[in-house]
Design a protein around this ligand. Structure first.
Ligand SMILES: C[S@@+](CC[C@H](N)C(=O)[O-])C[C@H]1O[C@@H](n2cnc3c(N)ncnc32)[C@H](O)[C@@H]1O
Length: 272
């Protein structure tokens, strides 16, 4: 259906009319009328999104990605599916754990997860880390994770202001992990987080952060971040970017990091 909608701009008026005639002949007026409304409205929606994105860029608006809006949204989210509603398939998730999480987050380390949500990745980080701290903007997420991992003695969860790592000592972390969180965080807050990463990581400590790469110009309620912006922000904080990954191949299958051209940036604090 998406392909059909995208093809619309390549069709002239005459062609559209002849398609409509054929559709009426085969499906009747009502079905064709309803589909006509769908195509018209989706065209209007795309134009509105494009205009809003351009205005956001021109005026430096936060869009849907301010700290206050994120807090509102995630406090009222239904965490019943524990975040697995965003996993395209169980195979994708298992492969991401093997090829990204286990590849970069060291075994037996002191780890912080930013934005654990319902604990989709916490489950794997908790087993891997000597000690894991989950820090989230939303009290609802902290409560959900505290309940889910109540039996684990190497985890703790608490809230933050949306751009800091409170109660985490300087040079204390082996790894920082965050997935499906920085896709919703704008550059202004990412810069504050980057200063915190530089403060809290041990020399040689690693960060693995999933983020957007189209500056909020497509759907998925993405922030204004791109690969280039993430690299600039991290390097300005004195961190070294090791890799920027938008897909990986596992057993002949290619997996995308996210649905909206997202990336994972892997970085390190120099000096180990
Ligand atoms: C889409 S959910 C992802 C949850 C989990 N990481 C997952 O992948 O299932 C976004 C999470 O990020 C948290 N979050 C949003 N903005 C944040 C910020 N500025 N700082 C910390 N957490 C934030 C939300 O409260 C929520 O738990």
């Amino acid at each position: 259906m998406k392909d059909l909608v995208e093809n619309r701009s390549r069709l002239g008026f005459g062609k559209k009319l002849s398609l409509a005639r054929q559709a009426v002949k085969e499906n009747g007026f009502l079905w064709t009328g309803l589909m006509g409304i769908y195509y018209l409205c989706s065209g209007v929606a795309e134009k509105a999104f494009g205009r809003a994105a351009a205005r956001r860029e021109r005026l430096g608006l936060p869009g849907m990605n301010s700290v206050a809006l994120n807090k509102e949204i995630w406090e009222s989210w239904d965490w019943g599916a524990a975040g697995d509603e965003w996993s395209p398939s169980p195979e994708w998730k298992a492969s991401l754990v093997r090829n990204i999480l286990e590849k970069y987050v060291p075994d037996g380390g002191r780890v912080v997860e930013i934005g654990p949500g319902g604990g989709r990745w916490t489950e794997y980080l908790q087993k891997r880390a000597a000690k894991l701290t989950g820090i989230d903007l939303s009290q609802a997420c902290v409560d959900a994770c505290a309940k889910r991992f109540a039996g684990c003695d190497n985890v703790e969860f608490y809230t933050n202001s949306g751009c800091d790592l409170p109660r985490i000592d300087d040079r204390s972390l082996d790894a920082i992990w965050s997935f499906d969180v920085f896709v919703h965080i704008n550059r202004a807050e990412v810069e504050k987080y980057a200063a915190e990463f530089a403060r809290a990581l041990k020399p040689g400590g690693v960060g693995v952060i999933h983020h957007g790469n189209v500056g909020g110009k497509r759907g998925g309620w993405r922030s204004d971040m791109t690969d280039t912006a993430m690299r600039e922000v991290l390097e300005a904080a004195g961190l070294q970017v090791d890799a920027q990954i938008d897909h990986w191949v596992d057993g002949g299958t290619e997996h995308e990091i996210g649905l909206y051209d997202d990336s994972v940036t892997v970085f390190r604090k120099p000096g180990a």
